[in-house]
Ligand binder design. Structure first.
Ligand code: HEM
Ligand code: ISQ
Length: 154
């Protein structure tokens, strides 16, 4: 089900206030995931095959920022249309990629926790239970849409 205008506004407002530091935010996001689930590092090709330290890896930040941007976009779609309206082809691609790299439900849970914590730490003065719920809802529905497509490509 959808997001209210108020929930969408909470997500967009907090994202607008942190996105100028999105590189740093992305790094924190990744580090949190790997603190909780160190083995998840092996899933990412650009980390597995890399000699440079995590924080110097050029691919890491843009990748992590994508997850924030897509969650924020999902909040907008959920308010406008009551559902995640990513193009079917991109959902299929995302599903196939995550399937191929061996992502499982537990990874989605850890990533959700890390995403919420990262935003909370970035906007402590704005953070509220309502804001947390709005981000959680947008993430859950985006994750659900990806999971439906997590199967071998046909
Ligand atoms: C790749 C988004 C959840 C692991 C990607 C890509 C996007 C993305 C846009 C790039 C796809 C491409 O290159 O074609 C998301 C979103 C998520 C999510 C929006 C949640 C709502 C997760 C989770 C994990 C994960 C939970 C595991 C911890 C990966 C891996 C790749 C990937 C391993 C491939 C990276 C590589 O190229 O080596 N994801 N992702 N993702 N994602 Fe996610
Ligand atoms: C999930 N998919 C792609 C990139 C990511 C970066 C950070 C955390 C989770 C991710």
């Amino acid at each position: 089900s959808g997001l209210t205008e108020e929930q969408e506004a909470l997500v967009v407002k907090s994202w607008n206030s942190v996105k100028k530091n999105s590189g740093e935010l992305g790094l924190k996001f990744f580090i949190k995931i790997f603190e909780i689930a160190p083995s998840a590092k092996k899933l990412f090709s650009f980390l597995k095959d890399s000699d440079v330290p995590l924080e110097q890896n050029p691919k890491l930040k843009p990748h992590a920022v994508t997850v924030f941007v897509m969650t924020c976009e999902s909040a907008v779609q959920l308010r406008k249309a009551g559902k995640v309206t990513l193009k079917e082809s991109s959902l299929k691609d995302l599903g196939a990629t995550h399937f191929k790299y061996g992502v499982v439900d537990e990874h989605f849970e850890v990533t959700k926790y890390a995403l919420l914590e990262t935003i909370k730490e970035a906007v402590p003065e704005m953070w509220s239970p309502e804001m947390k719920n709005a981000w959680a809802e947008a993430y859950d529905q985006l994750a659900a849409a990806i999971k439906i497509e997590m199967k071998p490509p046909s």
